[in-house]
Design a protein around this ligand. Structure first.
Ligand SMILES: [Mn+2]
Length: 320
């Protein structure tokens, strides 16, 4: 088998990243590599010549990853499409090395990708990007807002949310690959085998979880937090904590070796940028973190967890 001419490395854990990969499969017959932040460096390292084009989608380009991408610009055309807040200077360096960078923190990556390749992809592919906008909670982005006017709003919303609920329920390679393949054929998610069932299962788990969180989470001034139970996603639990506890911010963590992996979610309409605050507090404690306005994450030394909770809560409280 000859090596693929076009490769897409995309975030494989949610609808936004998978949709980016699917649209590139459709448009460029790209070979998709679905990855996460733990495997991303290895995924990029595996990319060797000969290659015509590389797309990196829905992935925050950190300093150490930029080096790998710069290496690849030496032998292939590179396009980065992302919406995560990025350390200043990194994207500029990629551009100087000849990479194309499509970056805007206001829209999801699928919508940015669709907007960039609108002509080639065509109107029906835009519907898939619109699903991703709902699933990724970027339906109010400037491009997404206009795009959503083009299609039946409620069916697009429902299809997008089917993906949002089904994907965390079936975190397997096989399921993600079948969703990717279906989107690349522009099939609405409700027709993809297993998607509606997984979504309903997830909703049931969510309802049960909200009922039990009330007794488990601990409340500080602005945030409430808890340790994750086995097998739950810290991101979704963090979001549900704000629901169950009525707090502005929810935090859920897992201990992995001597590290604490932390996920945070805030309600809409709050004045602060959760990603910025998370980054600052995590960095001060010898870890790293960051993310979006209402969703962020951090990885810090486990022994600093108590301190992290206190400092973060204080930083949030002084904003109010
Ligand atoms: Mn995204």
């Amino acid at each position: 088998m000859s090596p693929p001419a076009v490769v897409c490395v995309s975030h494989g854990e949610d609808a936004d990243g998978i949709t980016c990969a699917a649209l590139l499969v459709r448009m460029k017959a790209a070979h998709p590599i679905l990855t996460n932040y733990d495997d991303l460096k290895d995924s990029l390292r595996s990319i060797q010549p000969p290659l015509d084009e590389l797309y990196v989608c829905d992935l925050n380009v950190r300093e150490d990853l930029a080096e790998e991408i710069l290496r690849i610009t030496g032998f292939a055309r590179v396009t980065v499409i992302d919406h995560h807040p990025t350390t200043p200077g990194i994207l500029e360096r990629l551009k100087e090395a000849g990479a194309e960078v499509v970056h805007d923190t206001r829209d999801c990556a699928s919508v940015l990708l669709y907007d960039r390749f609108r002509e080639e992809l065509g109107r029906e592919a835009g519907r898939m990007a619109a699903f991703a906008a709902w699933a990724d909670q970027f339906e109010d982005g400037p491009i997404a807002e206009a795009l959503l006017l083009e299609y039946d709003r409620q069916s697009v919303q429902h299809e997008g949310l089917l993906l949002a609920h089904a994907l965390p329920q079936r975190p397997t390679k096989e399921f993600r690959a079948s969703v990717l393949e279906a989107i690349s054929r522009l099939e609405p998610p409700h027709r993809t085998p297993g998607v509606p069932e997984a979504a309903i299962e997830h909703l049931e788990e969510t309802a049960t979880l909200i009922e039990t969180l009330t007794g488990k989470a601990k409340r500080l001034q602005v945030l409430a937090y808890m340790k994750a139970d086995e097998g739950t996603s810290i991101g979704s639990v963090a979001g549900l904590i704000t629901d169950a506890m009525g707090t502005q911010v929810g935090l859920c963590y897992k201990l992995k070796g001597d590290l604490a992996n932390i996920s945070l979610r805030s309600r809409r309409g709050l004045p602060y940028h959760l990603g910025e605050i998370t980054r600052r507090v995590a960095k001060g404690l010898g870890g790293f973190g960051g993310g979006h306005k209402r969703a962020s994450g951090a990885s810090i030394p486990g022994e600093s967890l108590e301190k992290f909770l206190g400092e973060l809560d204080k930083a949030l409280a002084t904003y109010n």
